[in-house]
Design a protein around this ligand. Structure first.
Ligand code: GTP
Length: 324
């Protein structure tokens, strides 16, 4: 089986970081968001196709340098084609059925069980669904008998949302679904294609452990917290000489002697945290420096950025090489 990962979006809600780093390469809980998506691949998958677009070269270079045991094949789009257009553009050699992942969600989905459900139901596909308080920013599914999806509404008004079960960004589709997507033009799969597939049988696969859409700074840090709390962080631990016993995922080249940590911190390669600095609930990207007595809380510090001595960065986002 092949898996397709949609990774062509601009990540506008994570600017200024995403001016230079694709959202999917931002490290959370010790490794890039994209590699937490790869953790969801079931053993049935023998190749991953990446539908790339924005900053596609950076993604291709990263996966070349950090391969998986199975091949990863980037297929770039010349212009953004949306989720459906991206599937069509990259989908020529996909299996029947194939898995599809949004690349900006963290979740606990048993994708092997999702495949078994498709085997039993034999419809057009199965979508993983998660129940949220406010479904209005997402695609919402109304379920009938056997969890068959009877209606699918993308981004409804909160008051009129027909259910609280949302598209979790993980699905399995019959290959024939690709043929219903026009080629070479922008298409939203969720708005323009999914409603037309419902008569063929599309089923919901409900799960409840955890899920987050890591598309905004607050949600990205919440996704990081969930990964730590559910034991999904890369096991990198605290840097030598760091104070406290908090949950930290630091690259082996990061330095933080004499710095103190609260929970849920990622320190990427060559990050430096000087003595007396304090970090909690944050991401410090490659080569960034947190100077003496500074504090960084609820924030994302971009690659090569610097938080000056004694400064406090709270609920902030610093772009590449910026100072704060
Ligand atoms: P924002 O600009 O902050 O909304 O982020 P985004 O561009 O990632 O958009 P969104 O979160 O809605 O995208 C959902 C998923 O679809 C993500 O995994 C995106 O990378 C992917 N995606 C969005 N647009 C495209 C596109 O035009 N082509 C491809 N291949 N993937 C896309």
């Amino acid at each position: 089986m092949k898996a397709l990962v949609l990774i062509g979006g601009f990540g506008t809600r994570l600017r200024p970081i995403t001016y230079t780093v694709p959202k999917q390469l931002i490290p959370i809980a010790g490794k890039p968001l994209l590699y937490h998506v790869f953790d969801l691949l079931p053993p049935e998958v023998d190749e991953v196709v990446l539908a790339t677009g924005y900053l596609s070269d950076a993604i291709a270079a990263h996966v070349r340098a950090h391969p998986l045991p199975i091949p990863i094949r980037p297929v770039p789009e010349a212009t953004p084609l949306g989720t459906g257009g991206g599937m069509r553009n990259a989908g020529d050699d996909l299996s029947d059925p194939f898995l599809v992942f949004n690349s900006d969600v963290v979740a606990d989905v048993d994708t092997s069980a999702l495949i078994r459900l498709q085997d039993q139901r034999a419809g057009a596909g199965v979508m993983a669904l998660y129940e949220v308080e406010d479904p209005s920013p997402y695609g919402v599914a109304v379920l009938g008998p056997d969890d068959r999806i009877e209606r699918f509404v993308e981004k409804p008004e909160r008051a009129s949302a027909p259910s609280r079960w949302i598209n979790a960004g993980v699905a399995l589709w019959a290959r024939s679904v690709l043929e219903s997507i026009p080629r070479g033009v922008p298409v939203s799969f969720e708005r323009e294609i999914v409603p037309g597939l419902l008569p063929q049988g599309v089923y919901g696969f409900r799960f409840s452990t955890f899920w987050e859409d890591a598309g905004t700074p607050t949600r990205l840090l919440n996704a990081q917290r969930l990964l730590f709390q559910h034991g999904r962080a890369a096991h990198r631990g605290r840097p030598p000489g760091a104070l406290g016993s908090a949950q930290v995922a630091a690259a082996s080249t990061a330095r933080a002697t004499g710095a103190s940590f609260g929970d849920f911190v990622t320190l990427d390669e060559h990050a430096v945290v000087e003595p007396g600095a304090h970090l909690a609930n944050c991401v410090v990207m490659a080569g960034a420096t947190i100077e003496r007595e500074a504090s960084v809380i609820g924030s994302i510090v971009g690659p090569g950025a610097r938080v000056r001595a004694g400064h406090r960065l709270q609920d902030g986002i610093l772009g590449a090489a910026a100072e704060g």
